[in-house]
Design a protein around this ligand. Structure first.
Ligand SMILES: [Zn+2]
Length: 404
């Protein structure tokens, strides 16, 4: 049986006045997701264990069937694995954002979605001026980069910059053991970024330019059991972000690089679909992750979030479903969002999210069911990692509702 898991990051939301009391998932045009919910089953699951923060790291570990309470050591070590950076025993990885601060407040955690190509020389300048043996900055993608620090501080509280947009930087700096070393690096990045020609060009073009680095999400290296051992599965993850690629690599899956996958609305959807179907040609599992709905949630931009959800449905869910049908063999198609990123909150929240599962072959019969935050009258079916583990691990075909 072929298994495809398709994730629209941060699609979950709250009812909005602008949508007549509907959530974006209820208001958006998503015929494919609704048809899959209609022909298969749909339920609400918790992706965030009580007491853990609702990051994409914790949520995607859950969806891949891993209990985050057991396996989570921090976001950056997962991203380092995704970026192919080997970590030593004493290394601590930090996420290093290029952020824009204005009037002492965090204005933009993404610096206007600065591109990887623009970021590359900036990271090189940081290495030249601040790097040393045992302390190296690494380019990842867009505004998201990494710092690997041998014997670096691990036991301190750091705050994701997208959690504190608009808030004063001074109140949100890393705090705890060896905080001064981390703060000093962040401070030292300011003149380097201010003087950098890439940033001068961005300012000139009216774009947001990064003003400093922000270090967070630190942790020591982590390991996950392999999918091959757990489920007897080989396969691939397809994502623009190192976090999801990292979970895949840590569990022994291929992390496919799709040219033009950006982590935003302009991503290469067709390329992702092609890579997913290619992967299923020779393996049995694929996990496709689309970042854009989450980014639009962080922007607080409802119009763009609707657009991102609709693009995920039209450009990813529909074509992958049709591709699975064309293979003419048993498949399980799982559609989910990892967490909510409500546009009114501009941040992740921990409430349950919908997951739809369809066992095929089962073509679109045109019978729609809701795929939203209120399926099953809002009743939750427990933790995502338990449910998804059973869906990924148990490949017995369930009897389906008859197609109409
Ligand atoms: Zn997410």
């Amino acid at each position: 049986m072929k298994i495809a898991v398709l994730i629209g990051d941060g699609m979950g939301d709250y009812p909005l006045k602008e949508l007549g009391g509907k959530t974006p998932l209820q208001a958006a045009v998503i015929p494919n997701m609704r048809a899959i919910a209609g022909a298969g089953t749909v339920r609400l699951v918790n992706t965030i264990p009580a007491g853990m923060s609702p990051g994409s790291d914790v949520a995607n570990l859950s969806i891949m069937g891993f209990d985050p309470r057991k396996y989570y050591t921090g976001r950056a070590p997962i991203e380092a694995a995704g970026a192919g950076i080997a970590m030593g025993k004493r290394d601590v990885a930090f996420r290093c954002n290029l952020i824009a601060v204005e009037a002492e407040r965090i204005k933009d955690h993404s610096s206007g979605h600065i591109t990887t190509e623009e970021a590359r020389p900036i990271i090189a300048a940081l290495n030249e001026r601040l790097g040393r043996p045992g302390l190296t900055f690494h380019v990842s993608s867009g505004y998201r980069h990494l710092l690997i620090w041998e014997n670096g501080p691990d036991e301190l509280v750091t705050i994701p910059p997208h959690d504190v947009l608009g808030q004063p930087t001074a109140q949100n700096l890393p705090a705890g053991a060896r905080q001064d070393e981390v703060r000093r690096l962040m401070e030292a990045s300011k003149p380097i970024l201010a003087a950098h020609p890439v940033n001068a060009a961005r300012r000139q073009a009216g774009k947001t330019a990064p003003t400093q680095i922000w270090l967070w999400g630190q942790g020591q290296r982590t390991t996950l059991p392999a999918y091959r051992d757990l489920f007897g599965l080989t396969g691939s993850v397809i994502s623009a972000v190192d976090l999801v690629r990292g979970i895949g690599k840590l569990t022994g899956l291929n992390a496919v690089i799709v040219p033009g996958a950006t982590g935003f609305l302009d991503t290469n959807y067709a390329g992702k679909v092609k890579a997913a179907l290619n992967a299923l040609d020779h393996d049995d599992f694929v996990f496709v992750h689309v970042e854009a709905p989450d980014e639009c949630g962080h922007m607080g931009n409802l119009k763009l979030k609707l657009k991102a959800i609709e693009a995920f449905d039209r450009e990813i869910v529909g074509p992958v479903w049709r591709g699975l049908e064309a293979m003419r063999q048993p498949y399980r198609l799982i559609i989910a969002t990892d967490h909510r990123t409500p546009v009114a909150v501009r941040n992740h929240t921990a409430e349950p999210v919908p997951v739809a599962v369809l066992d095929g072959p089962m073509p679109d019969a045109g019978r729609e069911a809701p795929f939203d935050e209120y399926v099953n009258n809002g009743q939750t079916s427990g933790m995502a990692f338990e449910w998804l583990k059973s869906q990924i691990g148990n490949r017995r075909i369930r009897p389906q509702k008859a197609a109409i």
